[in-house]
Design a protein. Structure first.
Ligand SMILES: [Zn+2]
Length: 221
């Protein structure tokens, strides 16, 4: 190793420590204020995956494993009752204005697993349910995203945000909490600004999910 690569390795480890301290690498914290015990443990995959191709993939897998380990605590904290009415999460949008695009074809052979709520950039987005902030972070398709876990362990996924609200992972939210602002980050960068709203329902083992159409559950605030 020459002195330049030693120095850059040193700088990289300092940067990593700094990010870890600030929580930027993903907090993966238990739900705040909920004194609960994990009711189950999420199973490991049947087949061990091939070794990670690089350091970034290794870190991403570790991060996912930490989320998976904490998930049962969130399920215990939110309780078993699912939300059967979802107040529309984008300020000013009425149920009658939402075009139902559930299942519409999307690029790469995908289907639209959610609903799009169009509004100007910067319009506040409020949680459609009470629950706990599960994950805040950038994704390739979703851009800036927030995931909230609500009753019954349902995941509520808010994507393409221009910015996040003043929230942290593990925080309890209500239907008044601003979790972010409408934008067009991720694969929405060439579309008008909108919130992509996805709902994922726990399967039997509670640790894997199926997309659920939120359209019939929307109610005006
Ligand atoms: Zn969408």
């Amino acid at each position: 190793m020459n002195s330049v690569s030693i120095r850059s390795a040193w700088l990289a480890s300092i940067a990593f420590l700094l990010l870890a301290t600030l929580g930027v690498t993903g907090a993966q914290v238990p739900p705040e204020g909920a004194d609960v015990e994990a009711p189950f443990v999420c199973p490991e995959p049947d087949e061990p995956p091939p070794p990670p191709a690089n350091e970034a993939e290794r870190q991403e897998r570790e991060r996912r494993a930490r989320y998976r380990a904490l998930f049962p605590l969130y399920v215990a904290a939110v309780g078993p009752e699912v939300d059967n009415r979802l107040p529309i999460p984008v300020d000013g949008v009425r149920a009658s204005e939402i075009a139902d695009t559930w299942g519409a074809p999307r690029g790469g052979g995908r289907r639209h697993e959610g609903q799009d709520l169009f509004a100007p950039t910067g319009t506040p987005i409020r949680s459609a349910t009470p629950g706990f902030v599960w994950r805040i972070g950038e994704r390739t398709l979703g851009g800036k995203t927030v995931t909230v876990i609500g009753g019954g362990g349902r995941r509520y996924y808010y994507a393409h945000l221009s910015d996040y609200g003043d929230i942290r992972e593990g925080q309890a939210v209500t239907t008044d909490t601003v979790i972010g602002f409408v934008g067009n980050t991720g694969n929405a960068r060439t579309t008008p600004p909108h919130l992509h709203f996805g709902v994922y329902e726990s399967r039997e083992d509670a640790c894997s999910w199926d997309a659920l159409d939120p359209y019939p559950l929307f109610v005006n605030r």
